[in-house]
Design a protein around this ligand. Sequence first.
Ligand code: SF4
Ligand code: SF4
Length: 609
Amino acid sequence: MPAPSHVETAIFLVLLAASAYGFWWRFGKVVRKIRAAKPDPGFSLQPIGKRIWDFFSEVMLQSKVIAQRPLPGIAHAFVFWGFCVFALVTLNHFATGVGFPFISRDGWFGRVYFDWAAVFAVCVAVSIAGLFIRRFLVRPKWLGGNVSWESGVIAFLIFNLMITYLAAFWWDSKPVWWAHTLTLLIFMPLIPHTKHLHLVLSPATVFLSRGGFSNIPPLVGDEDFGLDTGKDLTQIVALQAYSCVECGRCTEHCPAYNTGKILNPKEIALGVRSYLNEFGPASEEPLLGKYISQEAAFQCTTCGACEFQCPVGIEHLPIIIGLRRGAVNTGKWEDDYGTKLFLNLERSGNALGFSSTERQKFIDKQQFPIFDGTQEYCLWLGCMGGYDPKGREIMVDFGRVMAHLGTTYGVLRKEKCTGDPARRLGNDLVFQQLAEQNLETLAQSKVKKIVSICPHCVRTISTDWKEYGEAPPIEHHSEFMARFKDKLPQTSGPKIVYHDPCYLGRYRGVYDEPRQVLARSGQVIDPPRSRDRSFCCGAGGGLAFLGEEKGDRVSHNRAKELVATGAEVVGAACPFCNTMFRDALSAVSAAPPKLLDIAQIAAASLPKE
Ligand code: SF4
Ligand code: SF4
């Protein structure tokens, strides 16, 4: 472009200052709100290597965005990569406005770089047009009912930026330069005023995630009850709330939302944002109220599909469980089933409310060896394995498998519930009591290794108990059996559809092992939603104990999908899934497939004793 006149430079500088002010006016407020929130207890940048890798993979490579929705994901990735490439182009563009361009189209570097940027400009223009069509014409339901005008404006501005950049290749003139400049100067202040704030915040959100999956922060001191009021919101929660891009990926996979509950994980993130906008992080206004309902917070199965899917690193579970903690620990949650559950856990040490003598009778009847320190494994019964009739059948069969494999094991006399339902429902006092009592029992019994049929027990013992002490290593029975799969008989059995339990799959990353065990006894198939996209059975988060669901049942939704595969057997790997599907399969099918745990399927092929 010909060098700008002094008048043009002056006009450009005034407009640039106005645009920058418009940006900071809103962005500064957001930054101040995030900084004013309380620091996150227990937060550490370590392990830094993993953070850098996650940043590189999720932000720079856009791996999550592409993996979840390949076509729109690629389109979004091109827009992001285009922004990165255009950072230098834009700096040079502004420098041209004051008469000092530092990259010339005549030099070799300028030629190569501008051509390279032109390739991206074409990709970005095509991508943003595609995303516009998807958002405004196709409109997937999880984007919500309201058409977002701001998305349309932003899409138009990005498209215009690319077109004006490309136009300069043919007509490098002042009108084209000004068209590009004005588009840029309008675009900049719109970023923090719209959901496109994620362009600036989400790289920080991904880098500063709490780490791990559903990583529930510890309560600090006697005055910390969880997320009760604005004063309890931490900097990471505030940062995450402002980073939500409203893509609806979390909503798309949420079992509660998909079965007609009022819970919508996107609205949890946006609810925190609206709260911060209106009340701020120093407010004593309850968090559960105007923007987030208590009912919604207690409809969550803690399946983790939302947190797993979110492309900008929002950690829904610490927020949802934090809100439950705030309600339960301050006595604001009143629920007859919840009260009964907590009493059962306190008085009987199990979620089902049975006397512990019932467990002992079962152990005696089955002649389970008592753990005395000489056996290799402590076989953890859990509430379901110790008291539930179907859970007991699984335990007996898994005991047979262990015996067949020649592994020594014993069960504890004084085992109590791990506290999983109390933990997920936000009752820290009951959870702490159970964790500490169990840790003491394990230490006294000199347990070195634990194996369990329940992914909820595995998760709670291996991760949640860490707040109160170090438990012996624990593994799920699928992991144990998969290690010895070659010693299990190989039979040509029925078609088995495997249901990935949330707490084994997304929480623990165990997908192949149960399939390997099942493959010894039949032909394993997957339902449409499987592995990290598995659909919850509806029992997690303590919901198995909270009575009837509103709307469709999550278990029925999943059972229909399992039945539709035409499999003769449903393979489960969690006693809670087993409980939920027991009724659900019969409810949705006149001739339902057989429902069996992987241990039962493995035991069925063992030689008769
Ligand atoms: S954890 Fe599962 S049930 Fe809870 S909000 Fe997320 S997707 Fe929905
Ligand atoms: S919370 Fe994450 S997945 Fe859900 S709408 Fe916001 S950005 Fe998308």
